[in-house]
Design a protein around this ligand. Sequence first.
Ligand SMILES: Cc1cc2nc3c(=O)[nH]c(=O)nc-3n(C[C@H](O)[C@H](O)[C@H](O)COP(=O)(O)OP(=O)(O)OC[C@H]3O[C@@H](n4cnc5c(N)ncnc54)[C@H](O)[C@@H]3O)c2cc1C
Length: 309
Amino acid sequence: MKKVAIIAQTKEGQLSETSIQLLSFLSSFSPESILLLAVGEVKFSAVPSSKSVEVITLSEGLWADSSSIEPLAEILEGFTVFGIKSIQVDNLLSLLAASSSQEMISGVQQLTYSAGKFTISKSIFSGKASLTVTSESASYFSLNRNFDFSGNAAYGDQSISSVSTLTNASGSKASILALKPITGAIPLPDAALVVGAGRGLKDPGNWTIVEDLAKALGAATACSKPVSDLNWRPHHEHVGQTGVKISPNLYIACGISGAIQHLAGVNGSRIVVVINNDPEAPFFKHADYGIVGDVNDILPRLTKKLQSH
Ligand SMILES: Cc1cc2nc3c(=O)[nH]c(=O)nc-3n(C[C@H](O)[C@H](O)[C@H](O)COP(=O)(O)OP(=O)(O)OC[C@H]3O[C@@H](n4cnc5c(N)ncnc54)[C@H](O)[C@@H]3O)c2cc1C
């Protein structure tokens, strides 16, 4: 197969957990060293070892400035490039794919490689169905945050050894697009953990119990449509058919009935926990775990438990 490159996510120089999983997962596909593209310096202390990794350090300005795309697309010619879904990574992958006239596949849930072909499972129709396709030509893949890393038998057997820094592309110029990062909060589409709440909260003043739980978990907050229509919460938090689509590892739905329009935005979640005082609430049918109870009682208890750990 072609050589493999990864757009890695880092926090304070450390590779994110999903980037490490991705490196390990893809090392079984790649006969050669893996090329890792990261913004800023990368510390490799957390990465296990036996396959070599080459690193291209990208400029911090990359996300806000399109100038690096063409030189980067040239470097990536002959590579298959993978990233974990986020607004920035998806933008970068689609710009690279467009710039090099290569195919990009997004929303990838599972992926295997055999006999020169990728077999890809991706969710469609707001997560109500999944589609399996094969591709020999796609060069850019955006994997969902809850991507199934166990899909490849070799996962976990491979590891990374030497690391060498290849190039520093930080001097590159050109203009792609202007991205306006949301600061001070975890962007909902990128969040791995989400606490959502609905009309069952009764009053916007009661949102502190939702925010406290989200803070204790390091989660983003979301809401149902009526809640944002009532201006209890900002519109960018509204999830569902007419709002943001989320695919976190964990979605905790508090005082939300589970209308089909709401489910359309959240059924890409890996684990759904529903808290509702009505045992007949439709959401329970779509939950992995359910708590029948009053949000005013359950949420503070959950938060306290998390804070004590
Ligand atoms: C065209 C169209 C598009 C739509 N798009 C969306 C969309 O994108 N997203 C969306 O969310 N909705 C959407 N809706 C609205 C949707 O149909 C529902 O009306 C909405 O999701 C209900 O919101 P809710 O669950 O917060 O409120 P409710 O239906 O009022 O449910 C509140 C829930 O809270 C529970 N509850 C009450 N008190 C407590 C308590 N103390 N403790 C615990 N639980 C409690 C109740 O048992 C109930 O289940 C759309 C509707 C239409 C027609």
